[in-house]
Design a protein around this ligand. Sequence first.
Ligand code: COS
Length: 379
Amino acid sequence: MNFEKNENQHMIAQMVRDFAEKEILPYRNKWDNEEYFPVDTMKKMGELGLLGIYIPEEYGGSGFSYFEYATALMELGKVCGGVGLSVAAHNSLCTGHIYYHGSEEQKRKYLPKLASGEWIGAWGLTEPNTGSDAMRMKCTAVRDGDEWVINGAKNWITHGLSGDVAVVLIRTGELLDSNGITAFIIEKGTPGFSAVKIKDKFGVRASETAELIFENVRVPHANVIGEVGQGFKQAMQILDGGRISIAALSCGVARGAYEASVKYAKEREQFGQSIGKFQAIAFKLADMATEVEAAELLTFQAAYRKNNKLGMTKEGAFAKYFASEVAVKCGNEAVQIMGGYGYTKEYPAEKYLRDAKLMTIGEGTSEIQKVVISRELLK
Ligand code: COS
């Protein structure tokens, strides 16, 4: 594995930094306060190629690897975990599911729209009563000739309301049958398909989250992704890759919190000197820096394995588990270092902490990552 960033990674990092400084940073507090999902900003990121980063050019994507993808999310995470989460969910989940498991026809129909940002993508696995225990889902699809009739609900769905298309995992077989779940493509506006925005989130408030409701929604059989019954396994593979993106975003949030802490520790004086000169603060910074570097290495290791089609279930979980916990720790330490100021919205520390917390929950909690890792170890 090469520890140097490649030319494309440098180029993407610079591009995202420039974009974020102009188009995200000035508005991030407003979006956070108002829980506003900036669809226009998403579209602009689509024009820059950030919404189909690893999708091949023949389907309208940028044709990069997971190295460039992780790099872009690391840069976004430094500025806004909410916007970063939307980019990660759009790329890894909806777009990724169609790219990795869709038919040629489905890819040609949906990927160019998703990769360009013309359409925003959503992905639905979780339900009100099934989070970690995803297999126990109750939302059902029953075949009726050339169509499927879908009933039920999905919860905590990123872009559930603004998404133009959703990939949704739905039960088509017996409860707890791992071959009894199927992935469907469902377009916004399909009769019976509605969504309700989930409000008052703790963090990632610029990323839209919604509940999806299906009331006798009729979907053509042509919208089934892959084979009927293979949806759960497809979803697990999609989450393996998605977890790299959450790890990368966590690294960005952690590094943002760390860099803000260094800046503050140099500027803030107490007892006649900058607080960074006190070992109590300096050692916090040393711990943060060490752990951010380690999290980035784990993330790029998982990206390397993904790029090279090596198994990465365990490595993706290592990266997601470690990096998300590091992000929470760095956000927490940033608040502590900044003291009273860190506890206000005038400084970015509290937002880093709030955004970081989602990273230990979304796309599988830290506890689920330990389930995944330990199962792989004991295979
Ligand atoms: N890749 C491919 N197949 C996989 C897989 C993976 N990473 N993980 C599991 N599978 C397969 C298994 O091999 C098994 O196949 P068989 O039944 O043919 O043997 C099947 O899927 C069921 O797997 P398993 O028995 O491990 O399922 P469990 O119900 O025990 O659940 C966990 C496994 C807990 C790991 C899974 O439910 C999970 O990841 N939960 C968290 C969900 C999540 O991340 N939600 C966030 C939603 S996105 S915001």
